[in-house]
Design a protein around this ligand. Structure first.
Ligand SMILES: Cc1cc2nc3c(=O)[nH]c(=O)nc-3n(C[C@H](O)[C@H](O)[C@H](O)COP(=O)(O)O)c2cc1C
Length: 185
C-alpha cells in the first residue's frame, strides 16, 4: 500500500447521494486519494462529472471500462485501498453485499475487498425496519462491517424515522478513525 491514504467511496442510488459530493471533497482536501465507484442508479441522482471533478480522477461506473491496468480494475484497486466506504448505502446494495452478489462495479469491488468497510445507509424508515434489511445489516455486522447511521429525522419522501444518511463530517470522522485503527494493527 502507498504512503498516502486511499479510500474507495461507493455511491448508490438514493437522494442522499448529493451529500457524498461534500464527503468526497473533504477527503480530497485532506490529501486522501479518493476513487469513486458509482452505481448506474447513483448517476440518476448526481452527475459523474461532479465526482470526477471533486475526486480529481475518473469515476468508475462500469465493470467494463478500460482504465489502463492489466489487472481487472476491481482487483488492482483492492490492493491499494485502505478503506472502503459506501455513502449512501441503499437497501439494494446492503442486500447484495450481504449475499456476495457481484453484478456491477461497486458490488464486484465489495466482493473483492478484505479490508475495513464502512457503510452509511440512507433509506425510507420502512425499508430500514424491513425484516430483510434488518437481517442483512446483522449479517454484515457479524462479518465486521462498520455502520454509521442512519440518523432519525425527516427523510426526503416526507416520513419521519431512522433513514437519514449521517452528515459528511461524521462519516469523515469515522473514516479517519478506521484508517488510524488499521494503521496501528
Ligand atoms: C426518488 C428515489 C429515491 C430513492 N431513494 C432511495 C434511498 O434513499 N435509499 C434506498 O435504499 N433506495 C432508494 N431508492 C431506490 C433505489 O434507487 C433502488 O432500490 C435502486 O435499485 C438502487 O440501486 P443501487 O443500489 O444499485 O444504487 C430511491 C428511488 C427513487 C426513485
Amino acid at each position: 500500500m502507498s504512503e498516502r491514504k486511499s479510500i474507495v467511496l461507493g455511491v448508490c442510488g438514493g437522494i442522499a447521494a448529493y451529500k457524498s459530493a461534500a464527503l468526497c471533497s473533504k477527503l480530497t482536501q485532506l490529501g486522501i486519494d479518493v476513487q469513486i465507484i458509482m452505481t448506474e442508479n447513483a448517476a440518476r441522482f448526481v452527475s459523474e462529472l461532479t465526482f470526477r471533478t471533486l475526486s480529481r480522477r475518473p469515476v468508475i461506473t462500469s465493470l467494463w471500462e478500460e482504465l489502463g491496468e492489466w489487472k481487472p480494475e476491481h482487483v488492482a484497486l483492492s490492493a491499494r485501498c485502505g478503506l472502503f466506504a459506501v455513502a449512501p448505502a441503499t437497501a439494494n446494495f446492503i442486500a447484495k453485499f450481504a449475499c456476495g452478489i457481484a453484478d456491477d462495479a461497486l458490488t464486484t469491488f465489495a466482493a473483492t475487498f478484505n479490508g475495513p468497510v464502512l457503510l452509511a445507509p440512507a433509506m425510507n424508515p420502512e425499508m430500514w425496519r424491513h425484516a430483510a434489511c434488518v437481517e442483512n445489516v446483522e449479517k454484515l455486522r457479524r462479518r465486521g462491517v462498520h455502520f454509521i447511521g442512519p440518523e432519525r429525522g425527516h427523510v426526503a419522501c416526507g416520513d419521519d424515522g431512522p433513514g437519514r444518511m449521517s452528515e459528511p463530517e461524521r462519516i469523515l470522522e469515522y473514516s479517519l478513525q478506521l484508517f488510524k485503527t488499521s494503521e496501528s494493527l
